[in-house]
Design a protein around this ligand. Structure first.
Ligand code: MTE
Ligand code: MO
Length: 190
């Protein structure tokens, strides 16, 4: 059944758009498959470094979720395809003192989240959107998707995940945006 009443599905202060907007700082990085890698490191028992081919061989999950930008637009029912955060956790085995992750991207962008929030089943490292390969402007080849947080937590062009004891400040979080970023509580500023 389609969702008809906007106020039931949109967090406070948000309006609906039909397509994801394209929003980021800097320019869209060029994907070089030969030099690309995905790394998980920091407070883990088994640090991980994967090639693009290795990454694609991990179990594949599909989720449907909403996307809320702190500037006010929301796109509902995005169909994401990729690898769940929980799959990475099973491989690297975080140490007991690990409580947060910093997600590091191509270029200087980063964001961070409590591991507890990343373990939500709708959190993915996504390489597909709406039945197609994720395009470069939306974060292809690989982006994080964290539907229950404002979209600055959904980092595009992810390359590394660092497991930490304390929460590090991300790009927008350093510039005054909320670290917790819950759209339903309108946590826009820190
Ligand atoms: N690497 C990187 N990821 C990023 C950003 C960015 O500037 N750089 N912007 C964030 C913000 S503020 C938003 S709203 C979403 C936008 O995603 P989209 O362009 O696919 O709609 O990406 C997020 N991820
Ligand atoms: Mo945003």
């Amino acid at each position: 059944m389609s969702r008809s009443k906007e106020n039931e599905t949109l967090p406070p202060g948000q309006y609906r758009v039909d397509e994801l907007q394209v929003l980021h700082v800097g320019s869209v990085p060029v994907f070089n498959q030969a030099s690309w890698s995905f790394e998980a490191y920091g407070l883990v028992e088994k640090p991980l470094k994967l090639s693009w081919g290795d990454f694609l061989s991990l179990p594949r999950h599909t989720t449907i979720s909403d996307f809320h930008c702190v500037e006010g637009w929301s796109r509902l029912d995005n169909k994401w395809e990729g690898v769940s955060f929980g799959t990475i956790v099973e491989i690297v085995k975080p140490k007991p003192e690990a409580r947060f992750c910093t997600i590091e991207c191509e270029g200087s962008y980063a964001t961070s989240l409590p591991i507890e929030d990343l373990m939500d089943e709708d959190v993915l490292f996504a390489y597909g959107l709406d039945g197609k390969e994720l395009s470069p402007e939306h974060g292809g080849p690989l982006r994080l998707v964290v539907p229950k947080k404002y979209a600055y937590k959904s980092a595009k062009w992810v390359r590394r995940v660092k497991f930490t004891k304390e929460q590090e400040l991300g790009y927008w979080e350093k510039r005054g945006y909320s670290d917790t970023a819950d759209p339903w509580k309108e946590e826009r500023y820190g």
